[in-house]
Design a protein. Structure first.
Length: 249
């Protein structure tokens, strides 16, 4: 039986650097909308690859750039305390300019593919990737962003400088934010600040808050996995991309 999804790890250009990215795409002929998937602090591990594959199965071309590649090529770990500490160490070594270059490189690669409709992309990110996705929403090619429990959006930016929230006026597409009300890394006040900034600057948005969900609730490999919240959030993501990306299923 032929698989519905084709996957591979590929090199892409990011500014003057070359980094790796995980590509998942429908195996059938056609032209598809595309989505950039941004990793957690744990790297492009099996969970992030699975998200890309789920998107490909739903009819998108998905790419997950290795945003730690400059520091730790091919980095991926699990979810132990030691893994978390290591992932956070590499997070501290990232810069907003390089992260944006990584996303831009992923978009450029997508646009070069014959099976991609080059009329804007979606972006989805989790944990640190949720913060990076909010940052990437400022890119003109990003039509829609799904930001999952991105800590620090209202208080900092990778590499230093004004908080990423201050760049909200640069967002041209739609943005959905997903947060657990039991998340100890993101206060309800910070979520309120994000919602207020999106409203103030006229960004089409929805903020979803799940009362019983903790940080990492979407990942079924983490103790904090919340299947009900994860199912609802995934439905919302697919609806977002369907209504904002040309050619989306």
């Amino acid at each position: 039986m032929t698989s519905l999804v084709r996957t591979e790890t590929i090199p892409i250009s990011s500014g003057d650097a070359e980094i790796l990215a995980y590509l998942a795409e429908p195996s059938r002929p056609g032209r598809f909308a595309a989505v950039v998937v941004i990793q957690e602090v744990f790297g492009v591990n099996s969970h992030i690859r699975e998200v890309a594959e789920r998107l490909a199965g739903a009819g998108y071309v998905a790419i997950a750039p290795h945003i730690y590649h400059r520091q730790a090529p091919g980095f991926e770990v699990g979810y132990t305390a030691e893994d978390l500490e290591l992932g956070r160490t590499y997070k501290q070594g990232t810069k907003a300019t390089e992260l944006l270059a990584d996303v831009q490189g992923a978009i450029a690669y997508l646009y070069s593919k014959d099976n991609v409709i080059p009329e804007g992309v979606g972006c989805i990110g989790f944990c640190f990737g949720g913060h990076v996705a909010y940052l990437a929403a400022t890119l003109p090619e990003v039509n829609a962003t799904a930001s999952f429990y991105g800590a620090g959006i209202a208080t900092l930016t990778p590499g230093g400088g004004a908080p990423t929230l201050s760049r909200t006026p640069e967002i041209k597409g739609s943005l959905y934010g997903f947060f657990g009300e039991k998340d100890t890394l993101i206060s309800s006040e910070e979520v309120d600040q994000i919602k207020a900034a999106l409203a103030e600057h006229g960004v089409p948005h929805q903020i979803f808050r799940y009362p019983d969900a903790e940080h990492g609730f979407f990942c079924d490999q983490r103790y904090s996995y919340n299947p009900e919240a994860a199912r609802d959030a995934w439905d919302q993501v697919l609806q977002l991309f369907k209504t904002t990306l040309p050619g989306a299923p």
